[in-house]
Design a protein around this ligand. Structure first.
Ligand SMILES: [Zn+2]
Length: 244
């Protein structure tokens, strides 16, 4: 079990490094959690030698409970916004991993209230599917640092796997870290393209019914696991894959 837990810690740490290396959050902010069992959670915490998300180590990923607050031992503290993770995992037993980040695309798209419409297809099918399903918006720009705020956010998330926090960032979730990460990447792509189209003054038509029939979900092995290996390989290439 200890070996398995260490492997999961490493996955969370690598996920944090990938989010930072892809430029999808501000240097010190953002975190990933992973449910272990019914109400235990591995979560990226803040330690005495904090250096930002890009340099996350396995030691930064602590095993806590959904009810924990503040200090979690060895000089580590839960992130201020741990209620994002605790309340979403509490409200959605079907979810295993929650990811919170501050992509600039989300800030611009949210503040400018850019519509996220399904106007492109095969270019990025997961991003198309997100646009097609609709992206819920949490309208508060403050830190989500209380259980009440976390529960409000979980209600806005509803049955979705992504939520845009206007003036703040995004939360994505999934069955594991690669799935939560793949949803962050798809949401960021959708936001970037939508912001750019708005800047161009373009309002393309939505993908036609006929074309939709040719936009299948290509599955987790491709959309999530291959994408995960790609980003881990990029970390290796940059000398950033050693999470301790
Ligand atoms: Zn935040």
């Amino acid at each position: 079990m200890a070996g398995e837990l260490d492997e999961l810690r490493r996955t969370v740490a690598l996920g944090c490094r990938i989010v930072a290396a892809a430029g999808l959050t501000t240097p010190l902010l953002g975190h990933i959690s992973l449910r272990v069992g019914r109400d235990r959670v591995l979560v990226r915490c803040r330690g005495p030698r904090e250096r930002g998300l890009l340099f996350t180590t396995v030691a930064d990923v602590r095993l806590v409970s959904l009810d924990d607050e503040g200090d979690v031992g060895d000089g580590y503290r839960l992130p201020h916004e741990y209620p994002i993770h605790a309340e979403i995992l509490r409200a959605r037993p079907d979810l295993v991993s929650v990811l919170h980040a501050h992509p600039r695309s989300a800030l611009l798209g949210g503040l400018a209230r850019v519509p996220l419409r399904p106007v492109f297809g095969a270019y990025d099918i997961p991003a198309f599917l997100l646009a097609d399903g609709g992206v819920p918006v949490y309208p508060h720009a403050g830190l989500v640092r209380t259980a009440a705020a976390g529960a409000r956010l979980a209600r806005v998330l509803g049955g979705s796997a992504v939520v845009l926090l206007r003036g703040h960032g995004v939360v994505t979730a999934g069955q594991d870290v690669p799935q939560a990460l793949s949803r962050l990447l798809a949401l960021d792509e959708l936001l970037r393209i939508s912001v750019e189209l708005a800047r161009l003054g373009a309002a393309p038509a939505e993908v036609s019914e006929q074309d939709r029939a040719h936009l299948p979900d290509l599955g987790a092995a491709f959309n999530e696991q291959a994408l995960w290996r790609h980003h881990v390989a990029l970390l290796e290439l940059r000398g950033l894959a050693d999470a301790g």
